[in-house]
Design a protein around this ligand. Structure first.
Ligand code: ADE
Length: 248
């Protein structure tokens, strides 16, 4: 999968993505990431990419042309017309389902805005997805783009060394992950739950599932409600066992 990040701060993006798991995935050729500097497409001596807004008001706006030329240049290098994700607080909230959808693309363009935003006309022409990472305002789209790249790239084949892990983690089945423990068996007087030492895999799985349910109910009741609705079979009340009548 190839990520193309359109930004005014390419170093900020590449510095972060070249660390840790994304960095290793780039080095191993499992994903690629290029940060393209929108400023390189400014057609003026001072490489200025922003201007005042028509109608007045505070703040500057990123102009349409450098953004469009930058997009065209990226598009030329890709086999088909890639989706363009504009990071904005006005977008749909990014979640695991969206990460999975993006991970099926071969190329993804992420457009980072700054100042008061970007001229609406170029957004109308190139943007396919408006995406927000939450209901708060950042100084620019870069951090949001890095979050999207991180969450999507770990779903790409081979990026995580343990290929099982995406399926068993928080959100993959709509539940939060169960608590996990490593050595030592007793730490600060706290014992690892006995069932995890039992070697009984069915029991361990059942315990983990129960803990996931409990944790989701306690910490994210919104997700818990959704899970209950989509797995009604799990919540069928069991018939109470009849007590045998005593026969004298
Ligand atoms: N740019 C500024 N704030 C943002 C947010 N919350 N999500 C995505 N992009 C943004």
């Amino acid at each position: 999968m190839n990520f193309h990040i359109m930004t005014l701060f390419p170093e900020m993006v590449m510095n972060a993505l070249s660390e840790s798991i994304t960095g290793r995935a780039i080095t191993n050729g499992l994903i690629s990431a290029e940060a393209v500097n929108i400023r390189d497409y400014a057609n003026n001596k001072h490489k200025k990419v922003d201007d005042y807004t028509y109608g007045g008001g505070a703040g500057m706006l990123m102009q349409a042309d450098p953004v469009y030329l930058c997009y065209e240049d990226i598009k030329r290098k890709t086999a088909c017309t890639p989706r363009v994700v504009y990071l904005t607080p006005q977008g749909n909230i990014f979640d695991q389902r969206m990460a999975e959808e993006f991970s099926r693309e071969e190329d993804l363009i992420l457009l980072c805005g700054h100042y008061e935003g970007i001229d609406e006309r170029v957004l109308e022409e190139i943007v396919t997805d408006y995406v927000s990472i939450g209901d708060y305002i950042l100084t620019g789209g870069e951090l949001a783009a890095m979050i999207v790249v991180d969450a999507v790239s770990r779903l790409c084949p081979g990026v995580l060394s343990n290929s099982d892990s995406p399926e068993t983690e928080s959100f993959s089945d709509g539940l939060l992950e169960y608590p996990q423990y490593s050595r030592p068996e007793v730490w600060h007087g706290k014992r690892v739950p006995e069932v995890l030492l039992s070697g009984d895999h069915a029991k361990v799985d059942a315990w983990r599932h129960d803990m996931s349910l409990l944790r989701t109910m306690e910490r994210r009741f919104d997700l818990y409600k959704k899970y209950v609705q989509s797995h009604p079979e799990e919540f069928v009340p069991k018939k109470p066992r009849r007590k045998k009548k005593k026969t004298d």
